[in-house]
Design a protein around this ligand. Structure first.
Ligand SMILES: *Cc1c(COP(=O)(O)O)cnc(C)c1O
Length: 721
């Protein structure tokens, strides 16, 4: 190929004015800044779509001719200047943390997590945990917290999904090219690529690292796919959540021990470690081992020191979600740690067991993390209570109420999940600094000033955009399956721009009961196909590879979606990603959530539609009992745990139908002469006024800071860590 391209061409003097493009593309700040994203889309709209909105990849392959054209385009240059100024001022502006604590605390907080959902162009996430971590890091940047993230560069990402004719999920994986990602390789002081050597059983694992910038927060991603490693070690950073237990253990050693040692090698003054889920708990084990080996503390003293500066968030009440390993594997891969701790295998394994005396209990990351962190939490009030009950025996003799696990309810990063047009509407009616004051209830009181017609009109438009997006996706799917042209044309008759639209998107794990709404297909068909009050449902979600239960649910929903009576009203959107999520949560009228209580630790997906006036219809599980006030959405079933019986499933299905038939559908279609559903809009506004103010990531991160990070930072200073 001839001529200089993209990033290189940006150095060319004739296109020198465009240099800020590369700077912007290499900081994920752009991903929550609508003006920046719009600017990148102008570069090459087709490549922008093809690359899943990846500005680094677009710039790299942009022909020099196109760059010269843009360099002479005054409109483009002006917009670039504006966005660049916004970025610069974001990076420099005073922050909440800087104002309150900046002078007194110099050390940093490390945040370790297996996955981060920052943007669809960096698909190193599987679902809720990653979305939460991504939103946490972004909010930490907004607030100016001295936080550093650590994760893994999953070159093949998580499973991507095609759904075949019979509703079978076909798994596929990406192959990410590092130079198309907004990151750069971490180097040592000599300027050469950094290499860390981590003991792994009898051998040594070598890892390198990449640095990503998320606004002000650096995020380091470990990567073992380098020639120094044998193939089974290179593979460790390929796929997120592989099924092989041994490989999974090695991945967790990479994240925990590799993560800790990376921060140490970079001499980042970390004082507090936040393990976001148990996957990273070996970081704390390694800290303990270092204290014993180097500073001659006893094991007990070392555990006490590490725990006093450790934060651990548990995310799942489902037993299978709590990672456990065969003790023989722990011995195989961590015997060097055991030897350095000078303990027998029983004492060593006891750290990862609920009952230290049980020889039969597997080694589990949750008890390990609980023992090595003094600050522990579940992710909603209900989940905190469930976690106390679940892990009570880690503290024998304590009552459930005195079990030391608290809770901080999840929140979402508003600018990531809010449609820019909704942001504009809020700009017009809320206080100018609503974003900085998003966690104050009074900021949102002005929602009632938004004219009904303005809110409704925008909502209708976002719903239309969603339907058009879904149809495009369906056409692409049919073309891939080589469907006849007639069938592709018929896509236009599927779904309805004005119909009450229900969204259901999440991983297809059996406890989430995606197919609950199909319990009585005849009754559902009457609701959906009503002649004047139509209702439609959009599904999206993946099954974990090899999870036949999840695969069966997809096949079942897809069978319904293809049957004549549901064909126009039910669609399963392939390949749930952050992009699909953004469309869904901005366009749906109702967000449905049907887990078996109390298995949904928090959930965040239902918080996202509320930013656009979407209403929740949910089991009283996870975050919803804290948010529901009788008027900002609806509930299904009692505020009581599911007993795991079919009778409870039938009761919930009946409750769901009843609420749809009696409350939801009539309210949505109760229109004034001008076509406005006044009472529905009142609910939209009430939901918008009451939910985002409490369930945003600023509130969440500030709560982590005040309750956990700050006391832990103070302890660290006292201990001279
Ligand atoms: C918000 C979001 C989730 C979280 O879903 P929950 O079911 O609430 O845990 C998962 N995946 C994507 C892509 C999301 O945007």
């Amino acid at each position: 190929m001839a001529g200089p391209r993209g990033a290189n061409a940006l150095k060319n003097t004739r296109t020198g004015d465009l240099a800020p493009l590369a700077e912007l593309a290499n900081n994920l700040w752009w991903s929550w800044n609508a003006d920046a994203a719009a600017l990148f889309a102008l570069l090459d709209p087709r490549r922008w779509r093809e690359t899943e909105h990846n500005p680094v990849a677009v710039l790299r392959t942009l022909p020099a001719r196109r760059l010269r054209q843009l360099a002479t385009d005054r409109g483009f240059r002006k917009q670039l200047r504006l966005v660049h100024q916004q970025f610069r001022s974001y990076m420099r502006r005073p922050t909440w943390y800087g104002g309150k604590y900046g002078r007194s605390v110099r050390s940093k907080i490390a945040y370790l997590c297996m996955e981060y959902a920052l943007h669809e162009s960096l698909p190193i996430y599987a679902g809720g945990l990653g979305v939460l971590a991504g939103d946490h890091v972004k909010a930490a940047s907004d607030l100016g917290l001295p936080l550093v993230g650590v994760g893994i560069f999953w070159r093949n990402g998580y499973v991507r999904q095609h759904v075949g004719r019979k509703g079978t999920q076909h798994d596929w994986f990406v192959d990410l090219c590092a130079r198309d990602m907004p990151m750069r390789e971490v180097t040592n002081r000599a300027g050469r690529s950094l290499r860390l050597r981590i003991p792994l059983g009898r051998s040594t694992l070598v890892t390198r690292a990449w640095r990503l910038d998320v606004g002000r927060v650096p995020l380091f991603l470990l990567d073992t796919d380098i020639p120094e490693n044998a193939s089974q070690h290179r593979r460790l950073s390929h796929r997120l959540y592989c099924n092989d237990r041994e490989e999974r253990l090695c991945q967790e050693i990479l994240l925990g021990i590799g993560g800790l040692r990376l921060l140490q090698a970079l001499r980042i003054p970390v004082a507090v470690y936040h393990l976001n889920e148990g996957h990273a708990a070996f970081a704390s084990l390694d800290r303990v081992t270092q204290l014993v080996a180097l500073e001659k503390h006893s094991l007990r003293q070392a555990v006490r020191i590490v725990a006093s500066t450790g934060v651990f968030t548990t995310h799942t009440p489902v037993p299978a979600g709590n990672e456990a390993f065969d003790p023989a594997l722990i011995e195989k891969y961590l015997h060097a740690h055991r030897r350095k701790l000078k303990t027998d295998s029983r004492t060593f394994l006891a750290l990862g067991r609920v009952d230290p005396d049980s020889e039969s209990e597997p080694y589990s990351m949750t008890p390990l993390a609980l023992r090595l962190s003094n600050y522990r939490n579940g992710v909603s009030a209900l989940h905190g209570a469930v976690a106390r009950k679940m892990w009570q025996n880690v503290w024998p003799g304590r009552t459930i109420d005195r079990t030391p696990i608290g809770s901080i309810t999840n929140g979402i990063h508003l600018r990531t999940w809010m449609h820019p047009k909704m942001g504009d509407l809020l700009d017009a009616y809320l206080p100018a600094d609503w974003d900085e004051k998003q966690d104050q209830a009074r900021t949102w009181a002005a929602v009632k000033k938004i004219p009904d017609a303005a809110l409704w009109e925008l909502h209708q438009q976002l719903r239309q955009d969603l339907i058009d997006f879904v149809r495009d996706r369906m056409r692409a799917q049919l073309r891939r399956m080589r469907a006849p042209a007639k069938q592709i044309r018929q896509v236009d008759s599927i779904l309805d721009h004005g119909a009450l639209t229900i969204g259901f998107a999440r991983r297809f794990a059996p406890y989430k009961r995606a197919a609950l709404i199909f319990t009585d297909p005849n009754r559902l068909a009457r609701i959906l196909n009503h002649s004047t009050r139509p209702v439609q449902i959009l599904f999206a979600g993946k099954a974990h590879p090899g999870d036949s239960g999840g695969g069966d649910i997809i096949a079942r929903i897809e069978r319904f979606a293809r049957s004549p009576r549901f064909r126009r009203r039910v669609v399963l959107i392939e390949d749930y990603t952050m992009e699909v999520a953004r469309y869904l949560v901005s366009g749906v009228d109702l967000w449905l959530n049907t887990p078996r209580r109390p298995q949904e630790a928090s959930g965040t997906s239902g918080m996202k539609p509320t930013l656009h006036g979407g209403l929740n219809l949910s089991i009283l599980d996870g975050w919803w009992p804290e948010a529901f006030d009788g008027r900002n959405g609806w509930t299904i079933g009692p505020a009581r745990d599911h007993r795991g019986t079919q009778a409870d499933d039938r009761r919930d299905a009946a409750g769901l139908y009843r609420t749809l038939e009696r409350d939801v559908v009539p309210l949505f279609y109760d229109r004034t002469r001008s076509g406005l559903p006044r009472k529905w809009i009142a609910r939209m506004k009430h939901s918008l006024a009451t939910i985002p103010s409490a369930f945003n990531a600023d509130r969440m991160v500030k709560e982590y800071f005040r309750k956990y990070y700050l006391p832990a930072l103070r302890t660290a200073r006292r201990l001279g860590l």
